[in-house]
Design a protein around this ligand. Structure first.
Ligand code: ADP
Ligand code: MN
Ligand code: MN
Ligand code: MN
Length: 358
C-alpha cells in the first residue's frame, strides 16, 4: 500500500507555482478519447479570452502513438467541441474536449461523438435527458483493489455499499476531490456513493440533455484519472475486476424524453420497452467490453442473453423506478451498460432503437 504515498503528486509544492501570474496567457488542456476507452490530453498556451469551441484552434497529435492512426499517416486532428474551467490549474485555464478527425476529413475510427451528435440533433424535439451512474474500482499499482487484504479476501459483501467507517470504505478523499473538481468545472455531477464491492465507488452525472451527456461523462472520467494520478492510485473501469461472488461494475443509464416526463408518460416508457426489446443484441454490442462477465443474472443484473424489464426489479435489463410507476410518468434505468462503455454509443443506440436510425 506504500504505492499511494510514493507515487502521488507533490500537490502542496505544486501549489506554490500554481499561484504564479500567467501574464495574459492561459493553459488549454486538449482532452480526447483514445482507442482503448481512456482519455489522453496535451496542453498548449493561448491568449486569455472568453472562448467558445469554434474560436479555439484545431490541433493534432501523433495517432500512431495511440493506435488511432497508422505510422505513415499519423496526424489525427483535434476539433474542440466543449470547454470547461480547469479544476487542476484554476482560472483562467481551461479543459478542451475535442473530437478526433482523420487527415482526409472523416471522423477517426474511435470518434463515436460525431454520429451521436447527429442523432441528438435529429431528435432534439423529444428533449432527451440522460443520467449515467459511473461505477469504478480504485486499484493499487499491483492492480489489486484498495482495502483488499494482501493474499486474502475481504469479508463478504454487505457492509460496503454506502458504507461509512474504516474497514468498510477506502479512499473517500479521492471521491470527494473528484466531486469538487466536477462541480468547479460545471459538470452536472448529481451524487456519489460507496458501492457493494469493497474498493468500488460510484458517481452520477445528469440529467444532461442530448450530446452533453457524453461530453460531461468523458470530462468527468478524465477528471477521475487526473485526481487518481495526484493520489498515486489507479482507476479501473473493468466490469468485473475480481472474479467470484462480488458485484460487477456498471454504467446504469437513466433515460427520459419530454413525453415520458409528462402526465401519462408511462405509455411512452412502455412503448420504449417494446422498441428496445428487438434491439437487445445490438445494444449489448454498444454497451462495453467484457460485459458477459458481469451480466450473469446474478449480483443485481439481468442475463446478457435476454431482454427483461420490470418495476423496481434490479435483476432485469431495464428497471422502471417505483416512483415512476407510482406517478405514471418519469424515466427508466437501462442497467445493461458496463462501466467501460462509451456514453456516446449508449445514448445514441437508445435514441435510434426508440426513434429509428437516421
Ligand atoms: P440508483 O437508484 O439506480 O442508484 P442514482 O440515484 O444513482 O440511481 O442515479 C440516478 C440518475 O438518474 C442520476 O444521474 C439522475 O440525474 C438521473 N435522472 C433523474 N431523473 C431523470 C430523468 N427524468 N431522466 C433521465 N435521468 C434522470
Ligand atoms: Mn446509483
Ligand atoms: Mn450503483
Ligand atoms: Mn442504478
Amino acid at each position: 500500500m506504500a504505492t499511494r504515498e510514493v507515487l502521488s503528486s507533490k500537490t502542496e509544492t505544486l501549489n506554490k507555482y500554481l499561484k504564479l501570474d500567467q501574464k495574459g496567457s492561459l493553459m488549454a488542456e486538449y482532452v480526447w478519447v483514445d482507442a482503448v476507452g481512456g482519455t489522453r490530453s496535451k496542453s498548449r498556451t493561448l491568449p486569455v479570452q472568453d472562448y467558445k469551441p469554434e474560436d479555439l484552434p484545431v490541433w493534432n497529435f501523433d495517432g500512431s502513438s495511440t493506435e488511432q492512426a497508422p505510422g505513415d499517416n499519423s496526424d489525427v486532428y483535434l476539433r474542440p467541441c466543449a470547454i470547461y474551467p480547469d479544476p487542476f490549474r484554476g482560472a483562467p485555464n481551461i479543459i478542451v474536449l475535442a473530437e478526433c478527425w482523420d487527415a482526409n476529413g472523416t471522423p477517426n475510427k474511435y470518434n463515436y461523438r460525431h454520429e451521436c451528435a447527429k442523432v441528438m440533433e435529429a431528435y432534439a424535439e423529444h428533449i432527451p435527458w440522460f443520467g449515467l451512474e459511473q461505477e469504478y474500482t480504485i486499484l493499487d499499482h499491483d492492480d489489486r483493489p484498495f482495502g483488499w487484504p494482501t493474499g486474502g479476501f475481504p469479508a463478504p459483501q454487505g457492509p460496503y455499499y454506502c458504507g461509512v467507517g474504516s474497514g468498510k470504505v477506502v479512499m473517500r478523499d479521492i471521491v470527494d476531490a473528484h466531486y469538487k473538481a466536477c462541480l468547479y468545472a460545471g459538470i452536472k455531477i448529481s451524487g456519489t456513493n460507496a458501492e457493494v464491492c469493497p474498493g468500488q465507488w460510484e458517481f452520477q452525472v445528469g440529467p444532461c440533455e442530448g450530446i452533453n451527456m457524453g461530453d460531461e461523462l468523458w470530462c468527468s472520467r478524465f477528471f477521475l484519472s487526473r485526481v487518481a494520478e495526484d493520489f498515486g492510485v489507479k482507476i479501473s473501469l473493468h466490469p468485473k475486476v475480481m472474479p467470484g461472488d462480488w458485484n460487477g461494475t456498471g454504467l446504469h443509464s437513466n433515460f427520459s424524453t419530454k413525453e415520458m416526463r409528462e402526465e401519462g408518460g408511462m405509455k411512452h416508457i412502455e412503448e420504449a420497452m417494446k422498441k428496445l426489446e428487438p434491439h437487445h443484441v445490438e445494444c449489448i454490442k454498444e454497451y462495453g467490453e467484457n460485459n458477459d462477465l458481469r451480466l450473469t443474472g446474478r449480483h443485481e443484473t439481468g442475463s446478457i442473453d435476454q431482454f427483461t424489464w420490470g418495476v423496481a426489479n434490479r435483476g432485469t435489463s431495464i428497471r422502471i423506478p417505483r416512483e415512476t410507476a407510482a406517478k405514471g410518468y418519469g424515466y427508466f434505468e437501462d442497467r445493461r451498460p458496463a462501466s467501460n462503455a462509451d456514453p456516446y454509443r449508449i445514448t445514441k443506440i437508445l435514441m435510434t432503437s426508440i426513434f429509428g436510425k437516421l
